[in-house]
Structures are given as C-alpha cells and as structure tokens.
Ligand binder design. Structure first.
Ligand code: SF4
Length: 70
C-alpha cells in the first residue's frame, strides 16, 4: 500500500493539511499533524486530490507517501 506519513520533526502545526482534508489529517494533542487515515490507496479520488494538495502546500514539506509491503 501507499502510506501517508507526516514527519513530526518537520511539522510546524500550521493546520493547513487538516483544513484541506480533515478526514485524513488531524492535529494531535502535541500540536502536530498526524494521518488518521494513512492508506492512500483506499481513499476516494476526491480525498486523494485533497491529500495531494496538502502534500504540495505543506510549508515545511512534512507530508509524504511511501510504498510499504502491507
Ligand atoms: S501542513 Fe505541514 S506543517 Fe502544517 S500542520 Fe500539516 S504537516 Fe504540519
């Protein structure tokens, strides 16, 4: 699967990703974003587009996707 990852060392907690796609991104208690749904392959096309936008618009390039074996 293609897994959505947020690098908490890079995240500055701006909330842009959560605004773009709250079904996938959420600011945690620590103030940094996390992917609450991280299986990119299972998202609808509309949500995938929003995730792509979030990746492109994250000011610190903290969001990425990577292939995993699961
Ligand atoms: S857009 Fe980037 S920096 Fe902002 S909260 Fe999301 S992951 Fe963190």
């Amino acid at each position: 699967m293609e897994k959505i990852c947020v690098d908490k060392d890079k995240c500055i907690g701006c909330g842009a990703c959560e605004s773009l796609e709250p079904d996938v991104f959420e600011l945690g208690d620590d103030g940094f974003a996390e992917a609450i749904k991280d299986n990119y392959d299972k998202l609808s096309d509309e949500v995938k587009e929003n995730v792509d936008d979030a990746i492109a618009n994250c000011p610190t390039s903290a969001i990425s996707t990577k292939e995993t074996e699961e």
